[in-house]
Design a protein. Structure first.
Length: 462
């Protein structure tokens, strides 16, 4: 008899959700985690703490720039950085304790320690061997770096170090204009840092709809961030309290040096599979170092599954959660399903940026006929009242059938608004279906309806 029906390695969003769903389906389940707290990167040093700092710094921005105009007058608040870090940590603690409660509630055993897989059906933690009919690898990812860039998490930091700096830097250089770099760059810019973003490409947020990307960079520049585009970082040199970043412009190969108090390396993430023993098991890997899986998330070794950041696809917590539920269903003999065409992405700056489905660029590349419906938040009454008129909603629909193919939002609460489109796409809705649906007034969501109307005879308020 096996000790467990399922052992999950990793307690991030993919791992703990898989564990809970397995338990709900009647499977005896354990989750292996080596951290002192559950929740993985997302809850401990990723999504949750960064959102706490984004919220706190946005409140400061509102107090400094908008309160007086609303008749809220008084001395602007000062930044108590140690207290802000305490607030961030309390947010983390509340969430990680919540996951521990959920595992206990669902009778999932937490095996504390770092796991390896000596053979199929066995998981080693410390000196102990635990047996399981099925194993799920949900070990997540780690920050990746560049040649010539040595991270010390003090002066040259990843997102982990950037969330616990000893003080707000006067000068922050961010390497990489992706989601992590722009979110944390935005935090420190609001707190008073002089933020310079160095990006290899000629646009921010690779893979995003080009029009949104262009508008996003303009708005962040207006907020004080400086961008050096088309620049290849050659190296960083750090002392105890300062750093120099050397980069080469791709346009003319000229070399430049920029000084910084802190350098944030935000050049993406890599699957974390160290110590698992995958080579010895003979598990097939992709060229990018991800675990290869079939349509049921099973690896090349029977009974071993993988999900989340260690397999192909966007490294998003909610993608991992969907896969966690799907793998649990699969193991329990049911039909697990993830619709990879309808996975939203969100950047939690201000304004927020959100997207789902196709972009104009992907549709053009596929030769698919489409139409665009756009609506600016300047035409939305609530957005104007809340100093949030920057940005727009852009809806893409099939030219012949009117079926919604994608949506891109830059504006207030974009991360919440995008889910109306996700539901519509899951049901195969048309732009007209959305346009004919009554939306409460005054809400930001009216901008989504107006974009749908713009796919037809035209928006009303623009």
């Amino acid at each position: 008899m096996s000790d467990y029906d399922v052992i999950i390695i990793g307690s991030g969003p993919g791992g703990y959700v898989a564990a809970i769903r397995c338990a709900q389906l009647g499977l005896k389940t354990a989750c292996v985690e080596g951290r002192d707290t559950l929740g993985g990167t997302c809850l401990n040093v990723g999504c949750i703490p960064s959102k706490a700092l984004l919220h706190a710094s946005h409140m400061l921005h509102e107090a400094e720039h908008n309160f007086a105009e609303m008749g809220l007058k008084g001395k602007s608040p000062s930044v108590d950085w140690p207290q802000m870090l305490k607030y961030k940590q309390s947010t983390v603690d509340t969430n990680t304790k919540g996951v521990a409660f959920l595992l206990k509630k669902n009778k999932v055993d937490w095996i504390k320690g770092w796991a390896s897989i000596p053979e199929a059906g066995k998981v080693k933690v410390g000196d102990d061997i635990h047996t399981a009919k099925n194993i799920i690898i949900a070990s997540g990812s780690e920050p990746s770096s560049l040649p010539g860039v040595e991270v010390d998490e003090k002066v040259v930091v990843t997102s982990t170090g950037a969330l616990e700096l000893g003080k707000v830097p006067k000068k922050l250089v961010v390497i990489g204009a992706g989601v992590i770099g722009l979110e944390l760059g935005s935090v420190y810019a609001r707190l008073g840092s002089e933020v310079t973003v160095v990006e290899y490409l000629d646009h921010v947020t690779p893979g995003m709809d080009a029009e949104v990307s262009h508008q996003f960079q303009k708005l962040l520049t207006k907020q004080g961030l400086t961008f050096i585009m088309g620049a290849a970082v050659q190296k960083t040199e750090a002392t105890k309290s300062k750093a120099k970043v050397t980069y080469k412009l791709r346009s003319d190969e000229s070399e430049h040096v920029i000084d910084a108090d802190t350098v944030l390396v935000a050049t993406g993430r890599s699957p974390y599979v160290k110590g698992l023993g995958l080579d010895a098991l003979g598990i097939t890997m992709t060229k990018r170092g991800q675990i290869a899986v079939n349509n049921h998330w099973e690896t090349s070794v029977k009974g071993i599954y993988a999900l989340g950041d260690v397999i192909e696809g966007p490294m998003l917590a909610h993608k991992a959660e969907d896969e966690g539920m799907a793998v649990a269903e699969q193991i329990a003999g049911k039909h697990g399903h993830v619709n990879y065409s309808v996975i939203p992405g969100v950047i939690y700056t201000h304004p927020e940026v959100a997207n789902v489905g196709e972009t104009e660029e992907t549709l053009k590349a596929a030769g698919r006929a489409y139409k665009v419906g756009k609506f600016s938040f300047m035409g939305n009454a609530r957005a104007k009242a809340n100093f949030s008129g920057d940005g727009f909603v852009k809806l893409l629909a099939d030219k012949e059938t009117d079926r919604i193919l994608g949506c891109h939002i830059i504006g207030p609460s974009a991360g919440e608004l995008i889910h109306e489109i996700c539901v519509a796409m899951e049901f195969g809705a048309s732009a007209q279906d959305l346009a004919m649906t009554c939306h409460a007034h005054p809400t930001y969501s009216e901008a989504v309806r107006e974009a749908a109307l713009a796919c037809g005879d035209g928006a009303i308020h623009m």
